[in-house]
Design a protein around this ligand. Structure first.
Ligand code: DQA
Length: 142
């Protein structure tokens, strides 16, 4: 099973970035845990972070050619702005789960709309790093 985990802008700053909202774990901590799960489950997991919308689009397009069967994506602020990322996910037709560390619904109203949610298999928000893990377990089982 091949899973692609995508992290959008500013997620490289986890650990130092607004720890009251996003917690103290770094992206490396989260990725290490996900990689460990993938090894345990004998799955191939690729992880990619970018602060650039076009690079995320390019990586989603590349997933067509690398046997990716499921995408787990935290698009960060692009969740609320990016028709391009939505279109890329639709173009490749690979099922995806949308993840947010924070509960976006108890934050500013501009975080309540997502360009991805209505296309996602499911959405997880507010569970911190455990949300990625739940998404990964689901992707591995389906
Ligand atoms: C986020 C929520 C977004 O609103 C925000 O722009 C982020 C992170 C989250 O994981 O909670 O960068 O996607």
């Amino acid at each position: 099973k091949h899973i692609l985990v995508l992290h959008g802008p500013n997620l490289n700053m986890l650990g130092v970035r607004e720890p009251g909202i996003y917690g103290h774990q770094t992206l490396a901590d989260i990725d290490a845990r996900l990689s460990q799960l993938c090894v345990e489950q004998d799955a191939g997991c690729a992880v990619f972070q970018s602060n650039h919308e076009g690079e995320l689009v390019d990586r989603i397009q590349a997933a067509r050619h690398d046997e990716t069967e499921f995408i787990i994506i935290n698009a960060g602020a692009y969740t609320h702005t990016s028709i391009a990322i939505r279109d890329a996910l639709a173009a490749v037709g690979i099922p995806f789960i949308e993840v947010h560390l924070s509960n976006v619904y108890k934050r500013e109203s501009f975080r309540h709309h997502s360009y991805l949610s209505d296309q996602a298999v499911g959405v997880i928000a507010g569970l911190g790093p455990a949300g990625y893990e739940a998404a990964l377990r689901y992707a591995l089982a389906h």
